[in-house]
Design a protein around this ligand. Structure first.
Ligand SMILES: [Zn+2]
Length: 90
């Protein structure tokens, strides 16, 4: 093995070790698929990692959940009324 090959092999090993040492800090966001590293804060929820951006969107969705539920039940109620009207005509 010549010196150049040996150096390439050594560089390869160093790179592998570097990547391995970084893996525990890297996580893939369960929702958007982005890789979280120090620049993208992430939180573990259950056994899934979720990034800060997706958590913000989730929070907004949860904050408006009550309003959303009211809209759904109103829609269901109107649907029932309309159905009753249709049935009454027959
Ligand atoms: Zn995300």
């Amino acid at each position: 093995m010549n010196e150049k090959t040996l150096r390439n092999v050594l560089e390869g090993i160093k790179l592998d070790l570097y990547v391995e040492s970084k893996i525990p800090e890297m996580h893939v966001c369960f929702l958007c698929g982005r890789i979280g590293y120090k620049n993208l804060p992430m939180k573990k929820i259950g056994n899934k990692w979720i990034c800060i951006d997706c958590l913000r969107e989730l929070k907004e969705a949860l904050d408006s959940l009550e309003e959303w539920e009211q809209e759904i039940s109103l829609r269901e109620e109107l649907k029932k009324q309309i159905q009753r009207e249709f049935e009454g005509k027959e």
